[in-house]
Design a protein around this ligand. Structure first.
Ligand code: TMP
Length: 182
């Protein structure tokens, strides 16, 4: 791995192609509504405040990203990454519904870097024909088969061995422990 030190901008960039999740809850939009073009939302990375949704004006006013030119560039990167990933996933029968990205400034050459993982933990991925969820919503909504779903994504992308033998650990029901009195 090539590691580069970066200062992360305290903003999550959410890119959406299909309305679901917090967008539908917040605005009462029907789940699964296909958006006319990708929608970029910003949330301020602050756990104590619950990562609130903010406007472009907040991002600039509070200097979370240095200036408008930087923010425009990051928006362009988001759209280009979305184009690339939509095509990549569509090629293996998966709809890229939405995802989250973080960016930072490289410590050495001050370039803007995509500085985040991209995985089923940070994307919503639906099977094209069945709309089956192949992402972290299986965990969030307690749908089960999370490892199988993640492996399915990796298998379709050709980044897991066909005979890979990873499986979920089955834990039994928790039982109270009997402590014997001495
Ligand atoms: P949301 O519908 O809950 O706002 O999520 C939108 C997308 O962003 C979804 O693919 C999950 C991803 N996401 C993260 O990866 N980390 C986060 O902290 C949040 C809020 C969303």
């Amino acid at each position: 791995q090539l590691i580069r030190l970066a200062t992360i901008y305290p903003v999550e960039f959410i890119v959406r192609n299909i309305a679901t999740g917090s967008l539908t809850k917040r605005l009462g939009i029907a789940d699964g509504t296909v958006l006319s073009k990708p929608l970029i939302e910003y949330s301020y990375k602050n756990d104590d405040l619950g990562d609130p949704l903010v406007a472009r004006e907040h991002v600039l006013e509070f200097n979370w990203v240095p200036d408008a030119a930087h923010l425009d560039l990051i928006n362009d990167y988001c759209l280009r990454i979305n184009d690339f990933m939509q095509g990549m996933f569509r090629g293996v029968g998966i709809k890229l519904v939405d995802f989250k990205l973080e960016f930072g400034k490289s410590y050495v050459d001050k370039q803007i870097l995509l500085a985040d993982e991209i995985s089923p933990d940070t994307c919503r991925l639906w099977d094209v024909s069945s709309e089956k969820k192949l992402d972290k919503d299986r965990f969030r909504k307690d749908l089960g088969n999370i490892m199988q779903a993640y492996q399915e994504v990796a298998r379709r992308l050709g980044i897991i061995h066909e005979e890979s033998n990873i499986s979920e650990v089955k834990f039994g029901k928790p039982r109270a422990v009997d402590f014997k009195k001495k």
